[in-house]
Design a binder for this molecule. Structure first.
Ligand code: NAG
Ligand code: NAG
Ligand code: NAG
Ligand code: NAG
Length: 551
């Protein structure tokens, strides 16, 4: 059996050949051919047109081109900008397709229709729970969104978990009515006599994603699960739901690639999480008022910059971000763009305002000025340890105003940091902004997510991007060039979970982590399918369920 669609082209690809293309008519067009470091002979067919690098000058900062004899020069690594080129087009039509898929899913499985079904139909229904606590917003929101994604894959209805009657971040976020609450499902289960008349107990099957030896995310066919409710726990990023792309059963792989695209087709990444957020959440009235106050009820910003500095004053990070904004501005041909700045570090915001005011109109949410006349200041979340670590000294609710403010960007979201770029919070801002800007019409979309890296962060290539859920992690291995200059790189709206793309390669830490899940990764990120099958066969089969109604 094969995992992951067509025979993997890159199965043996280790690196890329750059052949100065004298016979091509165009100037500066390079052909990428693929070279094999592995002994396997699968080679030349691996060239995908989208991988043709169009701009010869962008090569200069790339990997060394080594003369390998016969006049061919091979490139052994890529810069972040070169890696990002594959994301230039391709997400728009895929995202429209997924928008339609999600819409159809909630038409069929949304609470509005399902709650009205006659008992014999209602009692046959399946549900997926998406539940979050109120820790770091990005990670917790991904738990809810993973539940939603899984509900689409499994053709089940979505339940959004509440804690003591409150939705996650319910003071700041409103949820649409496509989802159920557990309370309502319990009520309807009793009301329809699902147990008494149809013998169906309301039980929930729980699978814990962070327990590699227990989770069935790779080994079981979830479509055959009979339990009325399913909960995949601890899914704090875009990666967990994409594990199903490598599930042992073709049913699950197909369901996953229908939603996420094939992992080897990096040029076709639908904005799944942005589309899910678009249908599920909106800012609460108070948060929305604060957003509009910053925008002075005027036009939406052109660009948003998110910088996670963790109190670090890195002038290089700031300068790289400013250059990235300048680049985006000149590409968009805007004379004086409106730029929203969002950061956990107030001094960073001050610094950047003074350095950019001549070419941009800077907008920033100053909660101290705003606090004077509104009720949000009655912050209902108490001071928690993670808050200052994750969100600096501002009160918690400011993160929500900033989130929805930044997601109003019309053209570009830039993510920068003093260390790790493309955190879950930044990913979700970009995803929601892109979804907000994609009309239902057929017009193209000019929306970009850019990652800003200062050169010192890339001294050892992307090797610092070790955060498992961070967007550049899957590119952090040996194929990323050392000693790169500042980068302002196109970034996928859907962070990749696997390493099947041309320039993707894992870091040793992830090779180890995947090994615990039964995945044997090669140094270039290809997986050993037989190894997974034997892992699944020898895995202890356990089913963990809890009763939801115990009467
Ligand atoms: C999803 O479930 C509905 C009934 O609830 C069924 O009619 C439909 O065919 C299912 N779709 C898929 C793709 O399984
Ligand atoms: C996994 O999720 C459960 C339920 O939310 C939680 O109690 C547990 O602490 C989580 N485990 C980890 C390692 O985060
Ligand atoms: C999109 O933006 C690029 C520059 O970033 C510009 O060259 C191109 O014409 C724009 N396309 C559309 C359809 O607006
Ligand atoms: C808060 O008060 C200031 C000054 O009176 C005013 O300009 C601002 O619009 C008020 N904000 C809101 C949200 O009402």
């Amino acid at each position: 059996m094969r995992l992951g669609g067509p025979r993997r082209r890159r199965a043996s690809v280790a690196s890329v050949l750059l052949i100065g293309c004298a016979i091509c008519a165009g100037i500066g067009i390079f052909t990428l051919a693929v070279r094999s470091l592995d002994p396997s002979p699968e080679i030349a067919e691996a060239v995908h047109p989208d991988l043709l690098l169009k701009d010869a000058s962008s090569q200069s900062s790339g990997g060394e081109e080594v003369d390998s004899g016969g006049g061919e020069r091979r490139k052994s690594c890529a810069t972040v900008e070169e890696m990002g080129e594959v994301f230039r087009d391709g997400f728009f039509t895929e995202s429209l397709r997924v928008r339609e898929l999600i819409r159809a899913h909630f038409d069929l499985n949304g609470a509005a229709r399902v709650r009205g079904l006659p008992p014999e139909q209602f009692c046959k229904r399946g549900f997926v729970l998406g539940k979050a606590s109120e820790a770091g917003f990005g990670n917790e929101m991904y738990k809810v969104l993973t539940g939603a994604a899984l509900s689409v894959m499994l053709n089940r209805s979505l339940i959004i978990g509440q804690t003591r009657g409150k939705f996650p971040f319910g003071d700041y976020i409103s949820y649409s009515d496509v989802a159920f609450t557990l309370k309502e499902v319990k009520h309807l289960w009793r009301h329809n006599g699902c147990r008494k008349k149809y013998g169906r107990q309301l039980v929930m099957r729980i699978d814990d994603f962070v327990k590699p030896l227990k989770t069935d995310v790779l080994c079981s066919n979830w479509k055959e699960w009979k339990q009325p409710i399913v909960w995949l726990q601890n899914t704090t990023d875009a990666v967990a739901a994409q594990f199903f792309l490598k599930n042992k059963h073709s049913d699950m792989r197909n369901a996953a690639s229908t939603l996420f695209g094939h992992p080897e087709s990096l040029h076709l990444r639908p904005n799944v999480y942005g589309e899910l957020m678009r249908i599920l959440i909106s800012p609460s009235q108070e948060v929305d008022d604060a957003v509009n106050w910053v925008l002075r009820n005027s036009e939406d910003p052109d660009i948003s910059l998110h910088m996670r500095m963790m109190n670090n004053r890195s002038p290089r990070a700031a300068q790289a971000a400013i250059n990235c904004i300048r680049k985006a501005t000149s590409n968009l041909q805007l004379s004086k763009p409106r730029v929203v700045i969002v950061s956990d570090t107030p001094t960073f915001v001050k610094g950047i305002i003074s350095k950019t005011s001549e070419f941009a109109e800077i907008l920033h949410f100053d909660h101290k000025v705003f606090r004077g006349n509104i009720s949000l200041s009655a912050d209902k979340l108490h001071s928690l340890e993670f808050r200052s670590k994750d969100w600096g000294p501002a009160p918690r609710w400011v993160a929500f105003v900033d989130f929805f403010l930044a997601s109003r960007a019309k053209h570009v979201v830039v993510s920068g940091a003093h260390r790790r770029v493309g955190t879950t919070y930044a990913q979700l801002i970009a995803a929601l902004a892109a979804a907000n800007n994609m009309g239902d019409g057929s017009g193209g979309l000019n929306f970009s997510f850019l990652s800003s890296f200062q050169s010192n962060l890339l001294a050892g290539g992307l090797g610092n991007q070790i955060g498992w859920g961070h967007v550049w992690n899957r590119f952090a291995g040996p194929l990323s060039c050392r000693g790169q200059p500042n980068q302002c790189a196109l970034t996928p709206f859907l962070p990749p979970a696997w390493w099947d793309g041309l320039w993707q390669s894992p870091i040793p830490r992830d090779v180890k982590r995947l090994a615990m899940y039964g995945i044997k990764l090669s140094g270039f990120g290809t997986i050993d399918e037989d190894h997974l099958l034997s892992f699944c066969n020898s895995k202890k089969k356990t089913v963990r369920t809890v009763p939801i109604i115990s009467d």
